[in-house]
Structure formats: structure tokens, C-alpha cells
Design a protein around this ligand. Sequence first.
Ligand code: SF4
Ligand code: SF4
Length: 304
Amino acid sequence: MTSICVASGKGGAGKTSMAAALASSLGAPVIFADCDVDAANGAIALGAIEKERTPYFAGPGFSIEASACTGCGRCFTACRFGAIEADNNTGLFSIVPELCERCGACVDVCPTKAIVTFEKQAGVLFVSEGRGSMPLVHAELEPGEDTSGKLVAVVRKRAEAIASNDSIIVIDAPPGIGCPVIASLTGTDLVLVVVEASSSGIRDAARLVELIVSMKRKALAVINKTGLDDAMDEKARSMLSDAGIPLVGEIPFDPALRSAEESGRTWAEIRCEATDSIRALLDATIEAIGEAGGKSARPMSATS
Ligand code: SF4
Ligand code: SF4
């Protein structure tokens, strides 16, 4: 089993499209692990159909039993997150689930043991089937939940449970450089960094590259949306070269790529002006996956 994580540091850089194109081009058993649990759209990119859903529980929730509450207000004072509110009519208190950080401080101060815990569903884990029967593991976090790093680990674990020895897991990382990204990068064999050739794209990718280097992950990169600003393209190349990240290719800006996404096809499944560049960089990436341990990975030129 080999894993490659596709990450960009920034939303809208083309990361999911790149991950979907890579997954659909690998001549090997592939599992797509969509770790962007706050905004998963790998299922859309791969035209996946839901096969299985499981509730995800991240820990206990807290609630106040009105019958046992005397309205003393101690919990209100103890809560540092403003998650307890008073009912002006009854004089009793209740917990706002979206604001509750589950610290348990209110439980400790309640003299009547009116605050109880319950199993709170924090999200849903899905297993779907993409084009070509590709298994896709993805998840949705409930609004206000902040356990996305933990849910990323659950998504990866489920993908690994489906995988066989010669499987390749393509991980679509969330944007940013926080806990869910670290959970997506941890232990991967290879990282493909998608750098958008724009000021914010380069800045965010540079922060991600710093994280990848500190985590000692093997990485390569692709620059997306080139050809709009030569100085920006050069800045992206320099950033990668300074960090020692090999560049496997560049994708010139092409509106046809956006149309492909909207019509439910991956970048590898359409013909446009960027096609030759995309094929070449996918081949180079697949070759690198083979070198990283994914012996069943075959370049597109060998599979098409
Ligand atoms: S501390 Fe307990 S009794 Fe006092 S207001 Fe809060 S829930 Fe009610
Ligand atoms: S568990 Fe913590 S955050 Fe939640 S209501 Fe109680 S004191 Fe506030």
C-alpha cells in the first residue's frame, strides 16, 4: 500500500481536480481519501455514488436537565466559551451545542448534577463508488464541530481498511497548514504540492512547503494557472527551487479545465490546450509514486 497526498495550502488552487485526475489515471487499484472534511468535493469530481454512511462521534456532548436546574447560574459563570445562556422567562439555563467546547467545567460546578453528557454525533463518514468502481472515502463534519483533524484520521483509517497490498491511496488534503493538514500528511509516502501561480497561492504553498519539509515528507510540485503573469510564474518556480521541491510540470491557465469540472470529468478525461502538459506531469508523478513504493502505478502512456 502506497499513499500520495495532494495538497496546496490554499483553496481553489486546483488540488481536488489534480487529485481526481491522478486517481483516475493510475493503472493500479486506487482508493480516493477525501480529507477535506469541511468542504469535501472529491465525490463530485469523481461522479461518485454513495454506498455506505456511518455516524461519526467525536466525544460527549453536554446538556442541562431543566427538571434538576435551580437557576443558580454557577455554570454560566464557569463557562469560558459563552456556551451557556439564560432563559429570561424561566430563569433556567441551557447549553448552546454549537458553542460548547466540551471542557466539562460546568459539570464540575453544578451543585445539583443537572448537567449530563450524551453521545453527540459530530459528522458522517461515507464510502462511495466513483467512476471505474473506484472506492472513495469522504466525510462531513457537523457545523460548529472542530474535530476535523480527528475525522481526517478516521477517513484515512477507513481507506486503509479497504486497501490491499498493491493499492495506492490518493489523499486530497484540506487547505491550510493546520491540524487536519498535518493529519493528512502524516506517514504519506509522497506529497504533490499544487501551487497556484498567484500571490496568495505562492504564499500559502510556501507555508505548506515549510510544513512538509519539517515533517520530512518526500514531495514534488506542480504549478497551476501559469501563463497569466510571467513574474508570478517565476516566483512560484523560485519558491519551489529554494525549498528543494522538484517541479514535475506546469498547467497553463485554460478555461476548458473549469468546464471539465462542471461537466463531471477529470482533467485527464478531456482534450484541451493544457492536455499535453497535464499528461506529462501525471506521468512524472505516477513514476515517482512507483519509485516511492507503488509498484503497481503505471504512467498513462503505458495504460492508455
Ligand atoms: S449550575 Fe446547575 S443548577 Fe446551577 S444554573 Fe447551571 S445547571 Fe442549573
Ligand atoms: S462543557 Fe465547557 S464549553 Fe461546554 S457548556 Fe460546559 S463549560 Fe461551557
